[in-house]
Design a protein around this ligand. Structure first.
Ligand SMILES: [Zn+2]
Length: 425
């Protein structure tokens, strides 16, 4: 900064004043923030590495033994953390192990898919306690019906899990389509006829519990990176393949959202110029070739059962029917091309295939998919990318949705469950 001969300029004085005000402001907040930050850092660490000792926590978080001791006492007093036996330490006193009390609170995860609505109740350590599943008729994505299924499911899992609603920290919902996270959460499902649907407001008619809503591919991506195949990956793409096709892009360890949260609409990237009509109104999209309905349409012959069983039947036919084998081979090729585009564009360490259809196709054709990806991507980034199946099964969307309220809890921004209700569980 240029400095005049006669002392600081007006601008420098102004900047100095701003810095001083910020400093005073920061000092005012420091003690409370520090306590909350320490608590959050410790909870995150314990959540993923429990059970562990106070010393482990101090080493993992960099917090002093005194801070760890203070925070854990607070967490034990509140019932969030419990002691869980002890382990011998080298020559010293045995170390007490700590763990999160799974029954401190509960979360609900909802997967709104195109073939079913799934609602699952989990305890705080993500053990499933109850679930409800509502198959949907093909193409039946009416907003009122979906809202009704979700609310019925919430009531059902609370009743069958014998959990008081007051003990629930929150509900996470994964939906197909773009979820706009503005002052009011709006769902834009261009392929199934939802236009700016205020889903949170509609669900408010039947539940007062805290709600978080996100795109289903993004919630599945969270599940696989918290607990599944993507654990520890800094750069990954988690691909959700069902009726629709989407992806969750993990960059630098967190979900990449883009300007309006629509990043990851992988299914609507073009793989054939002027190709098959896509439900989005465009042509030649990846989803128009590898989406479950698109695969069945390309096969063209009748198969019995709903979309999920029809695709499984098609896969079974591949051994005896040349037509079925050809459709599946072509599907592996298109999927490999789509994956190659992700590899060239994003340079991920990992590509994880999930979703009910992705797991079915990947389970049978992973070598062919990998080979097609290799042939259509640059050698160098391909060599550093693993392509594998998700480890959490087709319920990963609901599990990931349930991590939305868990994240708020670990960050210290979720309300505590109501005290009186905890004994009800
Ligand atoms: Zn499309």
């Amino acid at each position: 900064m240029p400095r005049g001969r006669h002392g600081p300029s007006l601008r420098e004085l102004h900047e100095a004043l701003v810095i001083r005000c910020e400093f005073v402001e920061r000092r005012r907040w420091t003690v409370r923030d520090l306590r909350r930050d320490n608590r959050s850092v410790l909870l995150w660490s314990l959540y993923f590495d429990q059970p562990c000792s106070r010393q482990d926590l101090s080493e993992a978080t960099g917090l002093s033994p005194a801070s760890v001791s203070n925070v854990t006492r607070e967490l034990i007093d509140e019932g969030i953390v419990a002691e869980a036996g002890s382990v011998d330490s080298d020559g010293g006193r045995p170390r007490t192990l700590l763990q999160i009390d799974p029954n401190y609170g509960y979360v609900i995860g909802v997967d709104v898919g195109e073939t079913r609505v799934r609602v699952e109740l989990f305890d705080l350590t993500m053990t499933e306690r109850a679930k409800a599943d509502y198959p949907l008729d093909p193409g039946d994505q009416g907003v009122d019906m979906i809202v009704d299924r979700i609310l019925t499911g919430i009531g059902t899992v609370l009743a069958s899990g014998a959990v008081d609603p007051n003990a629930v920290l929150g509900i996470g919902v994964g939906v197909p389509g773009v979820v706009e996270q503005g002052p009011e959460v709006l769902v834009h499902g261009q392929t199934y006829g939802w236009e700016a649907v205020p889903l949170a407001r509609l669900l408010r008619s039947g539940t007062g519990l805290p709600l978080s809503i996100d795109n289903g591919a993004k919630t599945m991506g969270r599940a696989e990176s918290w607990f599944g195949a993507g654990r520890g990956a800094r750069h990954a793409v988690v691909c959700l393949i069902g009726s629709g096709v989407g992806a969750s892009i993990i960059a630098h360890g967190s979900t990449h959202r883009g300007a309006t949260s629509s990043a990851g609409e992988w299914g609507h990237t073009t793989v054939v110029v002027g190709g098959r009509d896509c439900r989005c109104g465009s042509r030649g999209c990846l989803e128009a070739y590898v989406g479950a309905q698109a695969i069945l349409d390309r096969y063209g012959l009748p198969l019995s059962g709903d979309q999920e069983s029809a695709l499984a039947a098609l896969a079974d036919l591949a051994g005896t029917s040349a037509k079925a084998a050809e459709v599946l081979e072509e599907t592996a090729l298109f999927l490999g091309v789509g994956i190659a585009n992700l590899i060239n564009l994003l340079n991920p360490e990992q590509i994880i295939l999930g979703g009910w259809s992705g797991l079915l196709l990947g389970g049978r054709m992973l070598p062919a998919i990998r080979d097609a990806a290799r042939r259509h991507s640059l050698r160098h980034p391909f060599a550093d990318t693993s392509i594998e199946l998700g480890r959490l099964g087709p319920e990963a969307v609901a599990l990931g949705a349930a991590t939305l309220p868990i994240e708020r809890f670990l960050n210290g921004t979720a309300a505590a469950p109501v005290e009186t209700s905890r004994s009800a569980s």
